[in-house]
Design a protein around this ligand. Structure first.
Ligand code: NAP
Length: 278
């Protein structure tokens, strides 16, 4: 069976470099999709309060027959809960909804720089959760280098990860370098650019030379760059396909050609401007 490498986070916790993302997986389909992922061999699931499907993830873990300690589960604080007291309560609700007594990783989903709660205060609530032992690691998501710097300088715990949009059309060199400078692992969200990468003739041509699919090549590019990825699919064959990326290697030339596809193309919002509260 394919074995997924682990990345050691800055607090010593290990995370499988490849996981399964469940954004836009409908709540009533989440258990089945997650169970398929577990059958294929994924042991890392990326969910969020905002996705409304934590319950299905928790049910899948229990039905899978896997021990809780065999799976790595991430969730994220929803945008309406940045006040520290709200963040603590929302974390408890996540645990309850998932049916767990701890999370492996809990993130601030968006920095929301324009709202009246400073994300550093929200971060301090996550530090309290971490101190309680109910999150094995804490981190941030969609933090620009300027946001990350403030959390590192004003907090007491350095985020274990920063989960940001990264794919061949948005290589995020500056943000990844800032993460690395602070010892923060980069998690690459929308690694397939929400499916757009499969339409790239350049990636398709490289895929052909390796007898692989464009999606597999895009994911392999991210793995070789050292980022943590969790492609989403509700299609069983694709869930399997996206896992079969450890039996080939891209050359340095392939890596360079893919990196050169960068055109600063976001599929999601710009974190500097996004202040949406559901
Ligand atoms: N922190 C954040 O703000 C944030 C934001 C966005 C995403 N994320 C995380 O990142 C995860 C992945 O990102 P994403 O869901 O936006 O997009 P993605 O993984 O880049 O792409 C998913 C899309 O690609 C299709 N797809 C999957 N595998 C494929 C394959 N092998 N060949 C062709 N098409 C394929 C899927 O279709 P089907 O499902 O129909 O098969 C779906 O439409 C999310 O689930 C979530 O966990 C985090």
């Amino acid at each position: 069976m394919t074995s997924v490498p682990n990345i050691t986070l800055n607090n010593g916790i290990e995370i499988p470099q490849l996981g399964f993302g469940v954004w836009q997986v409908r709540p009533n389909e989440t258990k089945a999709a997650t169970l398929t992922a577990f059958e294929v061999g994924y042991r890392h699931i990326d969910t969020a309060q905002m996705y409304g499907n934590e319950q299905g993830v928790g049910e899948a873990v229990r039905e899978s027959g896997l021990d809780r300690g065999e799976v790595f589960i991430t969730s994220k604080l929803n945008n309406g809960f940045h006040q520290p007291d709200d963040a603590l309560k929302a974390f408890d609700t996540s645990l309850e909804t998932l049916g767990f007594d701890y999370l492996d990783l809990f993130l601030i989903h968006w920095p929301l720089p324009g709202i009246d709660v400073d994300f550093v205060d929200t971060w301090k609530a996550l530090e309290d959760i971490y101190a309680s032992g109910r999150a094995k690691a804490i981190g941030v998501s969609n933090f620009q280098p300027s946001h990350l710097r403030r959390v590192v300088q004003e907090g007491t715990v350095v985020p274990a990860v920063n989960q940001i949009e990264v794919h061949p059309f948005l290589t995020q060199d500056e943000a990844r370098a800032a993460n690395a400078e602070y010892g923060v692992a980069t998690e690459a969200w929308s690694p397939l650019a929400q499916g757009l990468v499969v339409e790239s003739p350049v990636i398709a041509a490289i895929a052909k030379t390796h007898d692989k699919s464009p999606a597999q090549v895009a994911l392999r590019w991210q793995i070789q760059r050292g980022d943590i990825v969790f492609p989403k699919s509700v299609t069983a064959e694709r869930i399997r396909e996206n896992f079969e990326i450890f039996d080939f290697e891209l050359s340095e030339a392939d890596m360079g050609v893919i990196t050169a596809l960068d055109k600063g193309q976001r599929t999601g919002p710009n974190p500097d401007e996004f202040n949406w509260i559901p």
